[in-house]
Ligand binder design. Sequence first.
Ligand code: 4HQ
Length: 229
Amino acid sequence: MMRVDVLTLFPAAFAGPLDVSIVKRAREDGLLEIRVHDIREHATDRHRSVDDYPFGGGQGMVMRVDVLDAALQHVQAQEEQRGYVIFLSPQGERLTDALVRELAIHPRLVLVCGRYEGVDERFVEHCVDREISIGDYILTGGELPAMVLIDAVARHIPGALGDEVSPEEESFVDGLLEHPQYTRPAEYRGWTVPDVLLSGHHANIEKWKKEARLQRTRERRPDLLPPGD
Ligand code: 4HQ
């Protein structure tokens, strides 16, 4: 069983994506427990402020270290294990297949979602185990990145994918993109399927798949191939 706690100012953002498909089934099957917590419940002043102006000036607002720390401590005290604390931010290390697999080993993750211009760096320094980015673009908050991370990690929980599929059989395990796929009808509006796939010649089919994957990777993602290949 894996447990994921999410700290956010927008708990409502988490309804939907985690309630369908594989993640839904993993939760129903007791393989994954997700709890979403509202950071604002830990504000202490009468305006329930969670952010303030940046010291030294600059644009926008910064999330307060005291409010974030109170929210985190509250959530961590709910279980024996404190959990591996992740802050989603464009300043973090990139989320890759290798990192997803590493995170999937942890029995408990605590994901902290920032809004505004960011969070007080003292929170990151003293409370966060890992700062992770899902890519080089700026979003309005860490909620979508947290859901991306949960979705990617959930697929690696033993039993979550069902019997048919294994995450080991998929792209990135051997560092290549997938080959194109086709299904019936074999011809549609004159658009045909590669003959070899209909030939029943298994050795030729496997050769075609491997070559198609290499060609695709060379054309679209040469950065995935070893240098000078
Ligand atoms: N944000 N990967 C700004 C991201 C992001 C990303 C999260 C927006 C943090 C303060 N997080 N907030 N890209 O764009 O993880």
